[in-house]
Design a protein around this ligand. Structure first.
Ligand code: HPA
Ligand code: ZN
Length: 338
C-alpha cells in the first residue's frame, strides 16, 4: 500500500481546526446572498485571489471579513456540517473544534446563535456518522483582557457544550501572560486550557503558555525548537503539539514545506500531531496536510501510523475512547496487511 492510501485509510482525530476557517468560497458567496451581506468578491475566483498571505495578520484580515456572512444559527450549522461531512471521508472519527465567538459578538451576533448552530451539527454528526467531538472557545488575543472575560461569562452558561478555552488571533505583541487572569478563572470554572503559541511568536511565548496559562496542549509550537531546554521539557511531559503544515507554509512561517519541523518533532519524541487549522484558506484538509508534508519531509509508513496514534493520544477523549481510537488504528493496519 502506498503512503497516500495508508493516510486515507487510517482512522484519526483532528485537534486543531477553526470552524470559521472551513468556510469554502462557494458557501461564503451563497451565504452572502442569503443574508444580503456585501463582499468585495464577485465570484469564487476573486475570493481565491485574496488568499495570498505574507503572514498571520494578512490571513486574519481576510478570515474576519469572510466570516461576516455568518448571521443565523443555520449558517453556523451548515458551516459545521459541511466540515464534518468532508472529514468523515478522511476517516476522522473525533474532532476538537475551535470557535471565535468574540469575532461574531462584535458584529452583533448572539453567543447562543453561534453555539447553537455548531453544537446541533456536532450532535447530528455523532448520531449519523459516529464522529465524537469537543468544543474549545478561543479568546481573541488582539482584544483586551476585559473582552475575554465577557466571552468567559457567556461560556460559563454553557459548560455542557464547551469543553475548553484557547487563545488565537494575532500572536506577535500579544503574549499568553496578557491573559493569565482570564485563564486562571477559566481553569477554576472547569475549562481545559490550550493556546496557540510559537506560531509567529517566540519560544518564550510557548513557555509562558505552559507556565502562566497552564495549558494542557500547545497549538503550533513551531518556534519552541529555538529553545532545546523547552523541547526537552515538552518531551518529558509529553505535552501535545497540534501542528499544521500547510498553514505554516501559507502564512510563511516556513518558506518551503521541506523545512517543516514535524519529522524533527517525531524524532525528538514529542507528542506531535498533524491538523489543518483553516483548511479552506490554506489549501487542504487534514489528509492533504498528512500527504503533502509526508512527501516534503520524507515521512515513512511508521511515522504516519505514529501520527494517527498521536492524534488520539493527544486528544481530550476519555481514556476508554482513546483506546478505541488506538484499537481502530491497529485494526486498520491488520486489514491493510492482508
Ligand atoms: N493562528 C492564529 N489565529 C487564528 C488562526 C491561526 O492560524 N486561525 C484562526 N485564528
Ligand atoms: Zn489555529
Amino acid at each position: 500500500m502506498n503512503l497516500n492510501a495508508l493516510i486515507d485509510a487510517l482512522p484519526k482525530a483532528e485537534l486543531h481546526l477553526h470552524i470559521e476557517g472551513t468556510l469554502e468560497p462557494e458557501m461564503m458567496l451563497s451565504l452572502a446572498k442569503r443574508n444580503k451581506i456585501d463582499l468585495p468578491y464577485a465570484n469564487v475566483k476573486e475570493v481565491q485571489a485574496a488568499y495570498e498571505f505574507n503572514n498571520l495578520q494578512d490571513f486574519l484580515d481576510v478570515y474576519y471579513q469572510g466570516m461576516s456572512v455568518l448571521i443565523e444559527e443555520r449558517d453556523f450549522y451548515d458551516l459545521t456540517w459541511a466540515y464534518l461531512e468532508k472529514v468523515h471521508g478522511d476517516r476522522v472519527r473525533h474532532v476538537e473544534i475551535f470557535f471565535d465567538p468574540q469575532a461574531h459578538m462584535e458584529r452583533g451576533i448572539a453567543f447562543e446563535t453561534v453555539l447553537g448552530g455548531i453544537t446541533s451539527a456536532l450532535e447530528t454528526a455523532h448520531k449519523e456518522m459516529g464522529i465524537s467531538s469537543k468544543l474549545i472557545m478561543c479568546f481573541l488575543r488582539h482584544l483586551p483582557e476585559e473582552a475575554a472575560f465577557e466571552a468567559l461569562d457567556c461560556a460559563c452558561k454553557h459548560k455542557d457544550h464547551i469543553f475548553g478555552v484557547g487563545l488565537d488571533s494575532s500572536e506577535a505583541g500579544n503574549p499568553p501572560e496578557k491573559f493569565s487572569r482570564v485563564f486562571a478563572e477559566a481553569r477554576a470554572q472547569g475549562f481545559v486550557p490550550v493556546a496557540h503559541a510559537g506560531e509567529e511568536g517566540p519560544a518564550a511565548y510557548v513557555k509562558t503558555a505552559l507556565d502562566d496559562l497552564q495549558v494542557q496542549r500547545v497549538d503550533h509550537g513551531n518556534r519552541a525548537f529555538e529553545d532545546p531546554a523547552l523541547i526537552a521539557r515538552m518531551v518529558r511531559d509529553q505535552t501535545p503539539l497540534t501542528m499544521c503544515p500547510l498553514s505554516n507554509l501559507r502564512l510563511r512561517g516556513i518558506e518551503r514545506l521541506d523545512q517543516h519541523p514535524i519529522k524533527k518533532a517525531l524524532n525528538a519524541g514529542l507528542l506531535a500531531t498533524i491538523n489543518s487549522d483553516d483548511p479552506s484558506y490554506f489549501g487542504g484538509y487534514v489528509n492533504d496536510n498528512y500527504k503533502e508534508v509526508a512527501k516534503a519531509v520524507g515521512l515513512d509508513a511508521a511515522d504516519i501510523v505514529q501520527l494517527a496514534k498521536n492524534s488520539f493520544a493527544a486528544s481530550f477523549m476519555p481514556d476508554a475512547d482513546k483506546q478505541q481510537g488506538l484499537d481502530a488504528v491497529a485494526k486498520c493496519l491488520d486489514q491493510v496487511k492482508k
